[in-house]
Design a binder for this molecule. Structure first.
Ligand code: PLP
Length: 449
């Protein structure tokens, strides 16, 4: 046993977002194969993946066409870089496709490897843009409590989840926080969605005026907040936010790492939420998670302001060895072609209707469930101790984690963020598999109730 996969993992692997002592006690869940929408562990147990892994695998886990694209690109040009004007054909293909799909006018695409790097890139671009415009004092970034924007130093600073900051003695990176638009949890009794939005926007304007708009560069938002609890904003929130930020010359950066490429039933979450950002970050669904690739997508107004001043202020000092890696670019370019062929937004909307019909009929009324919410093929289930008062469970009870464990026992993978269960399945699921996913969740809720 001492050289089993489990033992070797426990001996050598320091896991992401994992308690090391608990890992020593419990060992890994070793996934050794993927087939359609299932992943299979080393014992042969099959799990229907309701999260596409980590909000990624929109095309499931065994797309042969992508395997062939990767192999043939690796045989033709396995690696090269894009510094100092170099490029390669898969990179041209993928940036053209991203820019064409992008709702931001005149998009230019800066390739990176992860969602965190894409967000870091947007922040550095916002700072560089303000230096180019002669406004170097505009540096602060507004983010929202509960947000998740990645794990790099800046990504974690942007995030509004306490465990991503505490214990790191995070340096002062000039991030300021405002409330997330979580109507179910934070609206006042009897407050309408319109009144709730107006209150949040007014509070944000007070914050902007107190800090001084001349000190604020940008605000970063997930159109649909993912890890913070699949928070879908009330309809008027983003149009009002866009107006407020424009008034104060503050850039609006959309983190589309989860919500991009069809997930919301539109190509991008900003379209589902009725706003146009100045820049957006994309990752995850861009390659369906098959290889690490991400991008910051930049509006023409920002690009032109920067390009005009590069001789004076120096080139944009940023970029990664694997920015525009030919193999990751070739796979992402083909993923985008597959999304177009299958009409990914339409497919997500259709499967989402099936999912929400089943959740509304079989989950929303469950004693443990306060709210079912979401957009497109992205759903959250908020668990509560008391349906009538919306009182949350004592976090020490770890009810969400228990539901997640029981789902696994029923052959279904979901993800719990505290007491919100998230669902973000592959677009290649069959309608019957959507029903099976809900069967597993209902059985798990019944086990825990
Ligand atoms: N932004 C959002 C909204 C995310 O959900 C994530 C990851 O889950 C990230 C950024 C970070 O992406 P990555 O882990 O690829 O750095």
């Amino acid at each position: 046993m001492h050289n089993s996969l489990r033992a070797r993992d426990m001996a050598y692997h320091f896991h992401s977002q994992t308690n090391p002592r608990r890992h020593e006690a419990e060992g890994p869940l070793l996934i050794t194969a993927g087939e359609g929408c299932y992943v299979i562990d080393e014992m042969g147990n099959r799990y229907l993946e309701g999260m596409g892994g980590l909000w990624c695998a929109s095309l499931g886990f065994s797309n042969e066409r992508l395997a062939d694209v990767a192999a043939s690109q690796m045989r033709r040009l396995a690696t090269y870089h894009t510094f100092n004007h170099r490029s390669n054909d898969p990179t041209v293909d993928v940036v053209e496709q991203i820019a064409t799909l992008s709702p931001i006018p005149g998009s230019k695409v800066f390739l990176v490897n992860s969602g965190s790097e894409a967000n870091d890139t947007m922040i550095k671009l916002a700072w560089y843009y303000n230096v180019a415009r002669g406004k170097p004092g505009k540096r602060k970034i507004i983010s929202r409590r509960g947000a998740f924007h990645g794990s790099t130093v800046m990504g974690a600073a942007l995030g509004g989840l306490p465990h991503m900051h505490e214990s790191f003695n995070m340096p002062g990176l000039n991030v300021i926080y405002t409330e997330k638009p979580h109507y179910y949890r934070n609206a006042l009794p009897e407050e309408s969605e319109e009144a709730y939005c107006a209150r949040l926007i007014a509070a944000l304007e007070t914050l902007i005026e107190a800090e001084g708009p001349e000190t604020i560069a940008a605000m970063i938002v997930e159109p649909i907040m993912g890890a913070g609890g699949v928070v879908t904003p009330p309809a008027g929130y983003f149009p009002a936010l866009r107006q407020l930020l424009t008034k104060h010359d503050i850039l609006l950066l959309a983190d589309e790492v989860v919500s991009g490429f069809g997930r919301t039933g539109k190509w991008f979450g900003s379209e589902a939420c009725s706003f146009v950002p100045d820049m957006m970050s994309v990752a995850k669904g861009l390659s369906s998670g098959y290889l690490p690739i991400a991008a910051a997508v930049i509006g023409d107004h920002i690009y032109q302001a920067i390009a005009d001043e590069a001789d004076r202020i120096g080139v944009f000092g940023h970029g990664f060895t694997y920015s525009g890696h030919p193999v990751t670019a070739a796979v992402a370019a083909d993923v985008l072609r597959i999304y177009q062929e299958m009409d990914a937004p339409g497919r997500a909307a259709e499967l989402g209707r099936r999912l929400f019909a089943a959740l509304d009929a079989r989950v929303a009324g469950h004693a443990l469930v306060g709210e079912v919410r979401g957009t497109g093929f992205l759903a959250g289930i908020e668990l509560v101790a008391d349906k009538a008062t919306r009182a949350p469970f004592d976090p020490a009870l770890k009810v969400g984690a228990l539901v997640e464990q029981r789902c696994r026992a029923h052959g279904v993978m979901i993800r719990n963020m505290g007491d919100v269960i998230s669902i973000c399945p592959p677009f290649v699921m069959t309608p019957e598999e959507v029903d099976q996913l809900v069967d597993g969740i209902v059985a798990a809720l019944d086990d825990v109730a």
